[in-house]
Ligand binder design. Sequence first.
Ligand SMILES: [Zn+2]
Length: 278
Amino acid sequence: MRARLALTVLALAAIPALAAAQAPVRAITKITGELYRFQNNGHYSVFLVTPAGVIATDPIDKDAAGWLKAEIATRFKVPVKYVIYSHGHADHDSGGEVFADTATFVGHEVAKAMMVSDQVPGPPPQETFKDTKTVSLGGASVELTYLGPNHADGMIVMRFPKERTLFAVDIVPIDSLAYRDFPNANINGWIGSLRAIEKIDFDTLAPGHGPMATRDHARRHREYLEDLQAQVTAQVKAGKSLADTKAAVDLTKYKAWGGYDGSRDLNIDGMFRMMGGK
Ligand SMILES: [Zn+2]
């Protein structure tokens, strides 16, 4: 028992040291034309290169943004003229100050309020909007659409019409369960947002996490949320406890999805709470 405890303590102590020793995984890959994907470990954003400069999206964090800025200067020799935030969460939107010498910051008005109130490190949006906005530069453009509250409020999706690509962050887990217990989520808004994405004209989905995807991944995640919601709602309406609900809900058809083992119970916890379970 004592030996096992000592081993556990040793293993736990080793985790931060290992993490610190590991270099971040960063990459730039072409999506199509002049549209590129930027990776920083498990986080991704996209950027569009035009003759007049770059339209960048989530800077992710200060170190990642510094690396990206240097790579863009070396490879493309144009400045970053816009930084567009997907939503107000610090793990995607930190570090924009790196681009403040050349860029205008754009985001939804609610994302701006969240960045200010949550003290996200980086410049809040200077240009905000309510429903839709098009950002144009050097003969290229990106269309920004607010879909209402979902994973968070202030979330937008970005359509690159010429590239037929949609950049969507945190609302389309790619063949994965939802994140933990749906913190701060609006579930009906989320399902509605996925339905709206399914109607947007694009071929390629560039998510904020996970591999490149398609419109069909939005449908699959919407159907998962609807399935989970329907099963949990039936239990809540029957007055069942959380433990009974967890025993009754059958999600085995998603067993091959990412996060199944770690998030199945948490997804049910969150849905039970959102459906008013007691
Ligand atoms: Zn988020």
